[in-house]
Ligand binder design. Structure first.
Ligand SMILES: Nc1nc2c(ncn2[C@@H]2O[C@H](COP(=O)(O)OP(=O)(O)OP(=O)(O)O)[C@@H](O)[C@H]2O)c(=O)[nH]1
Ligand SMILES: [Zn+2]
Length: 348
């Protein structure tokens, strides 16, 4: 096996230790890093480039067992290259979708959390992204974009500093000088992913950080697939390596992670209920049997549909649960960090 080649794909001793060494002499055995998961089509990068893999039934549904960025051991049969083992990952980002966990990506070194120095900026949202990074054990890097467009940079920086994060960068994507400090993360075999709201400048940043070659590579990395109906659909490659050897994971799931910020979405989606709650007699109304509850009144009069209301309650509960879970891990990590700082100060 050509481990040198595999290392350029992010292979490390952590994975090597998991291998059964008898397997290494078996000519039918190969190692791959998953590069695309599109419905049932799984592609992966290995010693000899990209290959389509077969996923056996015990690893289905795929989204619950396998993520882009995972390492797998495969066995070549007459017809297929079949996944035999999924190696334990350094980390895996997942989310709950219809009560089921869904894997999004695996084996990240850094999660770039992108936000912009304008109205989009929201400390709450940043906290939820950080919570996600800490929950799944990925090192967060906060990138504040569009600093060229704001008057008071320190308004934003001061807020970000309250989060006590090691890596914070303020950039103008079109000013090379401001991008330079990011080079410390752009090392060969590092795997990165970007999250952040739409329009904050993720693609712009990726295009700048990943040199011209990589952009061309991204543009030409469309893959044509036959879907079940025999039609051609186009997917793009979800794990990319630029000419410096930096690895980028960009999956649809990663882009949709903004859904984590469900609270605002809920308020928006159920604005009719939210405005009803503002008409309740008591500020702390639980909308159960309280006197003067506008919600109960609207339910009784039929102004508010039962199903609509129950859907709101259900989603609100789910969101609160996810937030508690995530913030729990975040609060814990923040606490540990503060202890560590105190300890360091003390030693000085
Ligand atoms: N002035 C300024 N504009 C920027 C900067 N970064 C990005 N932009 C602009 O912001 C707009 C949105 O940038 P995108 O890179 O498409 O944002 P995105 O986060 O990828 O958005 P989605 O693809 O919707 O998720 C574009 O018009 C960019 O040119 C910056 O640092 N300064
Ligand atoms: Zn009420």
């Amino acid at each position: 096996m050509n481990f040198q080649k595999l290392q350029t794909l992010g292979w490390s001793n952590f994975f090597l230790q998991q291998l059964d060494f008898n397997l290494l002499n078996d000519p039918d055995i190969q190692l791959f890093r998953i590069s695309v998961i599109h419905r049932d089509v799984i592609k992966a990068l290995g010693e000899e480039g990209e290959k389509t893999l077969m996923c056996p039934v015990e690893f289905r549904p795929v989204s619950q067992f396998l993520a882009v960025g995972d390492w797998v051991v495969t066995r070549q049969t007459n017809e297929h290259c079949v996944i035999e083992t999924i190696l334990e990952a350094n980390n895996r980002i997942e989310r709950l979708s219809n009560q089921q966990r869904q894997l999004i990506c695996a084996n990240l070194d850094y999660l770039f959390i992108v936000t912009s120095a304008n109205d989009e900026f929201n400390l709450n949202r940043l906290e939820r992204y950080l919570a996600l990074a800490f929950e799944f054990d990925v090192c967060p890097v906060i990138v504040l974009t569009k600093v060229d467009e704001c008057d008071d940079l320190y308004f934003f920086i001061d807020k970000i500093n309250t989060l006590k994060i090691d890596y914070v960068f303020a950039i103008n994507a079109f000013d090379e000088q401001t991008l330079k400090p990011l080079n410390e993360f752009l090392l060969p075999t590092n795997t990165l992913a970007f999250v952040g709201s739409s329009g904050v400048g993720k693609s712009t940043l990726v295009n700048h950080l990943f040199t011209d070659d990589a952009i061309k590579y991204m543009k030409t990395s469309q893959i044509r697939e036959d879907d079940a109906k025999g039609k051609h659909t186009t997917t793009h490659r979800e794990l990319l390596i630029n000419n410096k050897g930096v690895i980028l994971i960009d999956t649809p799931g990663m882009r949709e992670l903004k859904l984590l910020n469900a609270e605002q979405g809920l308020q928006h989606t159920f604005s009719d209920i939210v405005s009803l709650t503002q008409r309740c007699k008591f500020n702390n109304c639980q909308h159960q049997n309280e006197k003067g509850c506008a919600v109960q009144f609207a339910l009784e009069s039929g102004e508010l549909g039962e199903a609509h209301y129950h859907n709101y309650l259900k989603l609100q509960k789910e969101d609160a649960f996810q937030k508690r879970q995530a913030l729990g891990a975040y609060a814990e990590k923040k606490h540990q960090r503060e202890l560590h700082m105190m300890y360091k100060e003390h030693k000085k």
